[in-house]
Design a protein around this ligand. Sequence first.
Ligand SMILES: [Zn+2]
Length: 271
Amino acid sequence: MPELPEVETTRRGIEPALRHRRIAALRIHDARLRWPVDPRLPRRLRGQRILRVERRAKYLLLRLEAGTLILHLGMSGSLRVVDAATPRRPHDHLDLVLDSGQALRFNDPRRFGSCLYTTAPPEQHPLLRHLAPEPLESQFDAGYLHRVTRGRRVAIKQLLMNARLVTGVGNIYASEALFRARIAPTRAARSLTHADCARLVRSIRAVLRLAIRSGGTTLRDYVGADGSPGYFRQKLYVYERAGRPCRVCGTPIRQRRQGLRSTYHCPHCQH
Ligand SMILES: [Zn+2]
């Protein structure tokens, strides 16, 4: 599943081809995404200029002259910039054709992705209104994390993956950030001190930035948003390394179930 770094990598990958371009057409080959693509959309988008491409959590926002196109990659979606005449492959559902002759092509085998349009400010859209602060922005700091962990018995790993409190930190990044912060994933959230929270915020940011940088160096116009973080995988400390020696102390990495997900940690380095 595409996580925040993959979506940010996608944003950086597609923006140069989209920015300041006019939309020549929206071709809907299959409207059956998570929500059906509005059949009036081609008419509403045609002729509009794309001002910029933004990201909020895992949503890509194409800011147009008269509104915003909100794209989400769902479980298996990906975007490519192609020559508009490039033959379609299976699961290529949408083509946003630009006046440059290129097209932004949306591929999504499992069709949990979405393509919605709003003329209201996007931050007021029901999907975006209740999102937690962005982990790479200043509102997400030690004070914030300390405040939202007070009184919560839930394991810190599960709290990090709660999208109402922290945005865009999936299983891989939560596991890796906790290792770097030397905090056991099973610790009760409320047991974290302010210093723990400060270390954890720094670690989350470092892990996300590293993943974005790795994605940015391996991908250009195509983003293989199949959940594989490319070169970042070679830099993982604990995720999917069960039984292998900790890169810091040599102790075998331990795997356990937490909720429905697997969690990985070093029993020696993390407390
Ligand atoms: Zn270790």
